[in-house]
Design a protein around this ligand. Sequence first.
Ligand code: NAD
Length: 477
Amino acid sequence: MQLNFISNQSVASQSGQSLPVMDPSDGQIFDHIQRSNAQDIDHAVQAARQCFQGPWALINAAERGRLLMQLSAKVLEHAEELSALEQRDCGKPTQQARADARALARYFEFYAGACDKFHGQTIPYQNGYSVLTWREPHGVTGHIIPWNYPMQIFGRSVGGALAAGNVCVVKPAEDACLSLIRVAQLAAEVGFPAGAINIVTGLGHEVGDALARHPGVDHISFTGSPTVGTLIQQVAAERHCPVTLELGGKSPQIIFADADLDAAIPVVINAIVQNSGQTCSAGSRVLIERAIYEPLLERLGQAFSKLRVGPAAMDLSLGPLIRASQKQRVEGFLAQAKADGIATVARGVVVDQAPASGFYQAPVLLRDVPVDHRVAQEEVFGPVLSAMCFEGEDQAASLANATEFGLVAGVWTRDGARQFRMARRLRSGQVFINNYGAGGGVELPFGGVKSSGYGREKGLEALLGFTTLKTVAILHG
Ligand code: NAD
């Protein structure tokens, strides 16, 4: 049984209730987490507040950096343990789970270095004045995390918030809590004071909602679906609480006829099969210039048919989806596409060793998908790639921008001027040219436009969102 972690102590929920933890590879329940309630959130927020006003206030920026660096080292020391936890919890293939643990350590390392290098400005003003700006932490920040990349999203969100001087209350997704509870324990071991990092598990509409509503929470960082993002904004608006929203995507990869196809093909495939397509920045649409449409589809199809799906520990190209309802969701999109006459170019293979009780979905490549079809418009959150044909830059940009989302885009062309033109025209938080970062590196600011959200995490840019600016004007004559 897993407990909450509040004030550097493992504690049971005051509800006395728990939730099962399921292994997506075989559908079996192997652990339980706390089904917390609003009282637990209140307990965690109070612990965080006491920390913020007490021991945390005595820790200067350089010391915060040292703590984060020690946590980074500790995560690396425990990388196998953390990746094994997340692998079982989320069904991640071994290499992916290990990469996520390393990314978590790297976030802490990056933000450790930023702590004492993030500062305000002096502003020339009227004679006799000195004006300066201070970047101050919000105080207690609330972090609501999805299940697809718990360690990575915790690293970027909590890492940035701590570096900026905040203390954190974290609500992981009910499907994926185990690695984060352990990271909070490791943080206590390296010396983070009680209340700096608190983890409260439970259901979104219960404990997530309570966190977003709590008057003691000064900023909310939400990563998840657009639907819940709307609810978070409504709740936060009632008390004017600032919010950062990292929501979904329907990201295009645009391939012009002059592209280096040998380089593009593996990247295009990885961008949709990574984490079984359960990635906000999954490259779920591939837009191909007419001159190379058929030959490229054939090559992509050949590669798709070689992809294998199986239990996480087999470490194949794809593991299972997170749960039965996610599999049903993906199947629903595919059934609709079939009923509407959309042709399948190729699909991968679910291996024989995959238990029938697991949630496996073979990757599927669809062709000639109409731009207004729901499989081309909505976030499937599964390994389904929709191919479309275009002619010229105008049509490429118009198709790419024709969804409610704007998170990431990829452009493949050797034409340097076109690279800049396309990057300018795409309504998207990130644009990759001749590569695709599926969310990008730790250093690269990340976030969306339109229904993909607002605010930025990752990079130094995140620190702007995790702080508030105070202007101090001194009249000294
Ligand atoms: P979700 O919105 O269902 O849940 C996200 C989190 O919100 C979970 O912790 C959940 O418990 C909580 N939650 C649910 N209802 C709530 C409520 N009423 N009040 C407060 N909290 C609530 O999303 P999900 O299914 O866990 O994750 C998948 C979604 O997340 C996809 O849309 C994906 O694109 C998005 N995502 C975005 C990014 C990004 O950085 N842009 C990264 C990863 C995932």
